[in-house]
Design a protein around this ligand. Sequence first.
Ligand code: SF4
Ligand code: SF4
Length: 409
Amino acid sequence: MIQNFISEEKSLACVHCGLCLSACPTYLETGNENDSPRGRIYLMRNIQTQRVTVDNTVMRHIDLCLGCRACENACPSGVEYGHLLEHARDYFEKTHNRSFSQTFLRRIAIEQVFPFPWRLKFVLFFSTILRLPIFRWALPQFAKESLLLLPKEAISKSPPEYSPSLEKNVGRVGFIEGCVMQVMFGATHDNSIALLNQQGWDVASPKKQGCCGALYAHSGQLDKARECARNNIAAFEREKLDAIIINAAGCGSTLKEYGQLLGNDPAWSERAARFSAKVKDLSEWITPENLKPSNREIIVTYQDACHLAHPQGVTAEPRELVKAVAGDNYIELQEADVCCGSAGSYNLTEPEMAKKLQNRKVRNLIDTGAEIVVTANPGCLLQIQSGLKKAGSGMKIMHLADYLIEYGE
Ligand code: SF4
Ligand code: SF4
């Protein structure tokens, strides 16, 4: 009997041409065909037709996928790899028994913490205690490395429910506060809203919003991701909005795909599609015209967050904004859109591969000679910050909104 967990049509769109191989970070690192997009699609199809069973070996190849979706951009056949991966993972999580340690890490330590701001705040507080030398020496290497990912000083702050425009009002936008963003990057929220207000936008951030569901969608928990989507659609539908702004790339790509996520739910599909059509990354909404060039001679580069560059195709807009401030001091980064290894919670579940990709990113960054690297996703900020620190580099990493406010005024 065929288990139809992935769409036959979507999986058959892959013609095994191999043009995606050189874009796939895990294939570049391992050289193993099973760690490539076409290899993984082949595995999914063979499981669907019951020629292969889901065992630990298959799961290694699927788990090792970053979900970065660089392969989608490289694919001339338009294979929707992200969609196939999410549905395959959803099926595998229901049918494959993971070890106790992996189940604890994924289902408890990650999924029961990150989408819940108060729990995440508690973990942050606890991590400051673990960082004390008296405790630190006793920690295993993995725990020491994980602690490096957390910021030393996190500003936890929910955006206000309403922030009025400063200039002549041009309209009203919604603002997504996110889970990690509100707990660790409260100042970035302030700066994002300040940029919107300066450009004439009233900003509404409804209190009933919650986790976007990206973490669940990427880890094979599609029903939970759908619950998150319904909650957010209902929270934002109450407002009359020109757009819904997000400043975290990972959340943005899931929010833009609510239409697809709830496509088979007759009560929600149209509402979800309307919601998704309004979602914009901050860089897609603010314009460079109002930004002032910096008079500081500081070399700046830009790192693409995978989920902004690949599924959303937003690469030119953030660069234009950075260049409006940096001018001739902007320098392009080699392999700017190759994943840094963060990939949501990947750096916790697959630390070895995440470290290889972190080192690769840091080497490329140091080669630019830049003093600042700008990006647009909390995962990249934390992953690159810890990589630069380990490499002894003084390069500063900043969210786009923070860079524009600090250097563009
Ligand atoms: S995913 Fe696309 S690029 Fe990769 S092998 Fe299949 S058809 Fe070719
Ligand atoms: S999502 Fe990224 S890691 Fe996974 S197959 Fe595609 S390019 Fe490779």
